[in-house]
Design a protein. Structure first.
Length: 319
């Protein structure tokens, strides 16, 4: 769906509802579709992003953050909720990855995470307080959540619904081969700031080979668990799922807004977040080997999105 940048335009929404674009080209009144009117228990929404990492979650968060009805929390990724539950504050502080220290901003962010990890009620109150304002939605999009157990999701949802806040899940999956290589390139780029990090001296080919040989690439990339979580813990009207390769379209953002109970908002699709530099290409023989290793991830995605959809958007699906 494309909108004129120069004048107001009429758009036809679901149920043939005609809606009017605002004069400032930023927000459009959402149609009164059935999912908007019947699947939303409350006026405010919390978006719980499950991942996956290197699959457009940073861009998705930046889109939400640009929405006039959305209020950001302390960070895109809080990584507070975990399968092992709350942990004492002092232990969280001791376990901080100090070898990755990158200044006062980094320290402040990690200390905040440690604080909320020690008492999840603080985490819930944080977002409840944010939504006491005129804003309609907020979010925590942490790729680590893709590994949570269903009972953890259920308990978190109960806490937000107790506070009369809709609990919406978001899951974006990327072609597993591309996701793994992108992650390796990104880590290689980050290593470039640390002269004691040997990975910067290795080619991506070498990194892929070592990863496969060591068996350190989880064969299903957490996709199976993520799909189970989004399917079992979120109703159809309370979940947003997409493929990374099909994410950067206005129709997808319109769908996200509808799920979140937000007015339609124009996306900026020319920008990307946390893109990985393309240092070098990967040998085709290694690509095929990596593709076979990641077969469980493709199988999991196919069970949800269907083979035809993956054939259309994932170039390595039939490799």
């Amino acid at each position: 769906m494309k909108y004129s940048l120069s004048e107001a335009a009429k758009v036809t929404g679901k149920n043939n509802t005609t809606i009017q674009k605002s004069s400032n080209n930023s927000v459009i009144s959402a149609p009164e579709s059935e999912s908007q009117t019947t699947n939303k228990k409350f006026k405010k929404t919390f978006v719980f992003g499950l991942g996956a990492a290197k699959s457009g979650t940073s861009w998705l968060y930046s889109y939400l953050a640009s929405h006039p009805q959305f209020k950001s929390g302390p960070a895109k990724e809080m990584h507070v909720i975990s399968n092992h539950g709350e942990r004492p504050l002092i232990r969280n502080i001791i376990d901080l990855p100090y070898h990755r220290f990158r200044g006062i901003g980094w320290l402040n962010y990690n200390l905040q995470k440690a604080y909320y990890k020690s008492n999840w009620q603080r985490y819930y109150r944080l977002y409840e307080k944010i939504l006491e304002s005129d804003f309609q939605a907020t979010a925590d999009i942490s790729p680590s959540y893709i590994s949570l157990k269903p009972e953890k999701i259920t308990s978190v949802r109960a806490e937000f619904e107790k506070r009369e806040i809709n609990f919406v899940g978001a899951l974006i999956l990327r072609d597993p081969v591309d996701r793994v290589i992108s992650n390796l390139r990104y880590n290689k780029f980050r290593a470039s700031s640390n002269k004691f990090q040997p990975d910067i001296l290795k080619t991506v080919d070498k990194l892929v080979y070592e990863l496969i040989e060591a068996g350190s690439a989880e064969s299903d990339q957490g996709y199976g668990n993520g799909i189970n979580l989004i399917s079992e813990c979120f109703s159809e009207g309370a979940r947003f799922t997409a493929l990374y390769e099909d994410l950067f379209e206005q129709r997808q953002m319109d769908r996200l807004c509808e799920v979140c109970g937000l007015q339609y908002h124009k996306g900026e699709f020319s920008k990307r977040s946390n893109q990985s530099p393309r240092y070098d290409q990967v040998n085709i023989a290694l690509l095929i080997k990596l593709r076979r290793h990641l077969q469980p991830a493709y199988d999991a995605a196919e069970s949800y999105f269907g083979a035809e959809h993956l054939q259309r958007y994932w170039k390595n699906y039939q490799l």
